[in-house]
Write a protein that binds this ligand. Structure first.
Ligand code: PLP
Length: 464
């Protein structure tokens, strides 16, 4: 039977694209910041010249004190976590993606470094690792954010494999034996948040196995209570949900003294809070690590990435406009959108046997851009995604997209990632209703088999 195509009048709904809706961009605030930066020669002149290796110094200072405030307490863990603001720990980047590539250029070696991706993983990170010639293996999230037991077993097994460095060592860097990549808070794609005990154990594991943990901490600022009874206390409103792994590594005793590089780097970004087009972010790590990162060949040649935008983002932070945008616009909008999506999931999907991923939302707090749902047993999410696109004009991200390239041991046949940030708010419920129709049809027809993301005909690079 040929599949009925999407009715011509039906508008496509895209729950795959992980971009902020246009109404959530702080255009007016960025205009003001740019005006300030460009009309003051003490800002515009350095802004238009090559930047220092580690990036525009005033922005490093602004970010250091802003992060130190945000990470000084913890909404869920009530632990003081971060140390004092220290610009030497901060390096300006061209965003989390660009910086991941630089971290790998400086701190990995394809003949020596093994990479462990916590999966389901941010799918576009895989290519960045592959571009550096690195082989990846998957480790599940488990209940707490990383399957620590599984990871340690794999780390131990890999110790037995012979490794040979291919790159010439540089005095400002080191070559880690292992790299662990994860998104510990409001993960893309699962929405999951790694628990505090798991964070501590992961740092200890990294110290034991000479591993660098690279965390994409790009959603940390976007958090809200999920129920009327769970609320972020007013005094804690602008504090992080949990200590980042980089904070744990900074404070968890005994701190190893051997080389001063540490075992974590936090990859931060203005993409989700100001706009992806800013192409500006920051890395935080030990001062020694940060210095080494700033010596990446592309920064030595071209100066720090995003130099001009860094001056504008600096004004955006300094004026308090970014903080007001996050609290006054983004958080309320994402909270509403999340609520609308969850209501629709309860109404249209749960009765069909679809479950919502376990997110360990600490203290009833959720955040980020994504909700992960699991299809009923026997229903392949690739089949669902293909039919949703063909028959319902609905684009969703099937679980296979978030598997780790080259490692078939961890599969996500039934998972679907739904993004509530991009579409019109009113389209969220409609999108989920369409998904419900597809799941119902497939269940009733007993359709079996598997469709991989490669067969879906969507350009993944466009979606993030
Ligand atoms: C986990 C994660 N890392 C990195 C990125 C990309 O960040 P940037 O725009 O700063 O390169 C995204 C965007 O979706 C993301 O979800």
């Amino acid at each position: 039977m040929s599949s009925p195509s999407q009715p011509k009048t039906q508008k496509q709904i895209n729950l795959l694209r992980g971009w902020p809706h246009a109404s959530l961009l702080p255009t007016a605030a960025i205009t003001n910041a740019a005006q300030t930066a460009l009309t003051n020669p003490s800002i515009s002149t350095p802004g238009l010249l090559y930047g220092p290796d580690a990036g525009y110094e005033p922005l490093r200072e602004e970010i250091a004190s802003w992060l130190s405030g945000f990470n000084s307490g913890s909404a869920a863990a009530s632990t003081p976590v971060s140390g004092p603001a220290d610009p030497d720990r901060i390096c300006i980047t061209g965003g989390a993606s660009q910086n991941l590539a630089c971290v790998l250029q400086v701190y990995s070696d394809p003949g020596y470094t093994r990479v462990w991706m916590v999966a389901p993983c941010y799918f576009l990170a895989c290519r960045i690792f592959a571009d550096s010639g690195l082989k990846m293996a998957a480790v599940g999230e488990g209940k707490d954010g990383v399957d620590l037991e599984g990871l340690e077993k794999k780390l131990q097994e890999a110790e037995g494999i012979e490794r040979k460095k291919l790159k010439t060592p540089k005095p400002w860097s080191k070559t880690y034996r292992n790299i662990i990549y994860c998104v510990p808070t409001f993960s893309n794609p699962s929405g999951k948040t790694m628990t505090l005990p798991c964070r501590k154990s992961l740092v200890q594991l990294a110290r034991k196995y000479d591993a660098l943990i690279i965390t994409d901490d790009v959603y940390d600022f976007l958090q809200w209570p999920t129920t009327a009874t769970s609320s972020i206390p007013a005094s804690n409103k602008t504090t992080a949900l949990l200590p980042r792994l980089v904070d744990v590594d900074r404070t968890l005793d005994p701190i190893p003294s051997q080389d001063g590089f540490g075992n974590t780097v936090s990859n931060g970004s203005f993409s989700k809070i100001a706009g992806p087009g800013t192409r500006t972010g920051w890395a935080e790590a030990s001062p020694k690590f940060t210095y080494g990162l700033s010596q990446c060949g592309s920064s030595r040649s071209g100066g720090a990435p995003s130099q001009l935008t860094a001056t504008i983002v600096c004004e955006l932070l300094r004026s308090g406009e970014l903080g007001r945008h996050i609290e006054g616009v983004l958080v309320p909008a994402y909270q509403r959108r999340y609520g609308a999506l969850m209501d629709a999931i309860q109404r249209w999907l749960v009765p069909l046997g679809v479950t919502v991923g376990e997110v360990s939302s600490e203290g009833g707090i959720f955040g980020g851009f994504f909700v992960w749902v699991e299809m009923p047993a026997g229903v392949d999410s690739g089949v669902v995604a293909r039919r949703a696109k063909e028959r319902e004009g609905l684009v969703v991200a099937p679980g296979s997209m978030f598997e780790v390239e080259g490692d078939d041991s961890v599969k996500f046949d039934r998972g679907v990632r739904l993004c509530f940030a991009w579409v019109e708010e009113e389209e969220l419920a409609e999108g989920v209703e369409r998904l419900g129709r597809v799941v119902r049809e497939i269940t009733e027809e007993g359709v079996t088999g598997r469709v991989d993301e490669g067969e879906l005909g969507v350009d993944l690079g466009e979606f993030r």
